[in-house]
Design a binder for this molecule. Structure first.
Ligand code: GMT
Length: 388
């Protein structure tokens, strides 16, 4: 197949899933065109058979806001006309589902070509941004017109069906996936030493530090560790909530226990050195970071919201507290870390749980669904049969 995969290049789960899927499809022999306005951060330019197309964003002085969606649409039209792309797979609806739909209109009208459209909804495109009045109607219209819609969790599929009036049967749940070779438990005394935690526990949070991640709860939860639990809090990633989180750490007297590492490519090294992972988001459609942590044998402490209960088995591979109860995050973390037998059992269960989301089987589900589209068949038939 000839597939265009469109994504945001920024530090975040949708870009990771899109890039790793594009690379996997290319390894399976498909011609894949990865399209974005910057090189996605997990993209490996040395991999053969994958073509990266950077969309030129018009900077004419008349435009205070460059019309990126139009440049992207034009690029997709070109890819179909010149490279014979058969299916456009958008990751994160806004503005990709709109651009793909416009490109198809142009191609049908001008050339009589029928490119297929697939869209993977990722989270805030549905739960936050797409619901904004200024986006809602166009988002609803264009997602309703995709030939294939997928969501990483049953929870997000349900939210989409309810808020965007899409028949829930039409939204197929294909979970996020993890490279179990890269993300695996490994002894990491050296990294622990470098974190100043040779004889302390390591609690880690990874995100793009946006309000939905509730990073202040990560810090207050950490500050609520009960007496005797000696730990450092490692923060990986960057975004608007980082500074307020550091200020809160200062106020709560735990600033010296923070290790602020910024954005990292070799995230697995930090996860392998971690004892617990904190992810108390307001609503996480899936929580790819929680999956990568579990693959490294790191139990997850978070809130029982969104799709996280589909990824973390409460009480076995981590603990999910009632939403907003940051005190619970700290006390549960102290309980787990204070009980080496329970902690070791959770570590093993976390790895086993992550094995349900291995890269290759998930990749095959996407591949079969896209193949159906291109052959004019209904992807629902193969997706219904495939294992959950
Ligand atoms: O940051 C991104 O790339 C998108 C982001 C979002 O804001 O929607 O992440 C989402 O997509 C990931 C991959 O499917 C999921 O694992 C994350 O849970 C999800 N984030 C949220 O729902 C907040």
């Amino acid at each position: 197949m000839k597939i265009a995969v469109v994504c945001h290049p920024t530090y975040g789960g949708s870009g990771v899933v899109a890039t790793e899927l594009a690379q996997g499809l290319a390894r399976s022999g498909h011609e894949v065109h990865l399209v974005s306005y910057e090189r996605p951060f997990r993209y490996d330019p040395l991999q053969p058979d994958i073509y990266y197309h950077q969309v030129d964003v018009s900077d004419y002085p008349l435009f205070r806001h460059p019309p990126y969606s139009l440049n992207l649409t034009n690029k997709l039209v070109e890819l179909v006309e010149e490279r014979g792309v058969e299916v456009v797979h958008s990751h994160y609806a806004i503005p990709h589902a709109q651009a793909a739909w416009m490109a198809r209109e142009v191609l049908q009208e001008e050339r009589g070509l029928d490119v297929k459209l697939a869209c993977t909804l990722h989270g805030t495109d549905i739960t936050l941004v797409g619901l904004q009045h200024s986006f809602f109607k166009l988002t609803r219209f264009t997602i309703q017109r995709q030939d294939l819609l997928t969501a990483p969790s049953a929870w997000l599929a349900c939210e989409t069906a309810r808020d965007f009036h899409v028949d829930e049967e039409r939204i197929h749940v294909i979970p996020n996936f993890v490279d179990l070779e890269r993300f695996q438990p490994k002894p990491s005394d050296d990294i622990r030493r470098r974190l100043g935690a040779a004889d302390r526990f390591v609690i880690t949070h990874v995100s793009n530090f946006r309000p939905v991640k509730r990073v202040r709860d990560v810090v207050s939860g950490f500050a609520n560790l009960r007496g005797g639990t000696e730990a450092v809090l490692v923060l990986v990633g960057d975004g608007p909530e980082l500074d307020p989180a550091v200020e809160l750490a200062q106020e709560l007297g735990v600033r010296d226990d923070l290790r602020i590492l910024g954005k990292m490519n070799d995230l697995e090294k930090i996860l392998q050195a971690s004892d617990l992972f904190f992810l108390p988001s307001r609503a996480e459609s899936f929580g790819l970071a929680a999956l990568e942590a579990q693959a490294c044998g790191v139990p997850v402490i978070g809130y029982r919201t969104g799709g996280l209960p589909e990824v973390v088995v409460d009480g076995e591979t981590g603990v999910l507290c009632p939403e907003g109860q940051d005190v619970c995050l700290g006390s549960i973390a102290s309980d787990v870390l204070g009980d080496p037998t329970r902690h070791a059992a959770m570590r093993r269960a976390a790895r086993r749980n992550a094995e349900r989301f291995a890269l290759v089987p998930v990749l095959r589900r996407y591949e079969e669904a896209l193949r159906c589209l291109v052959s004019g068949l209904d992807p629902a038939d193969v997706l219904r049969k495939a294992p959950a």
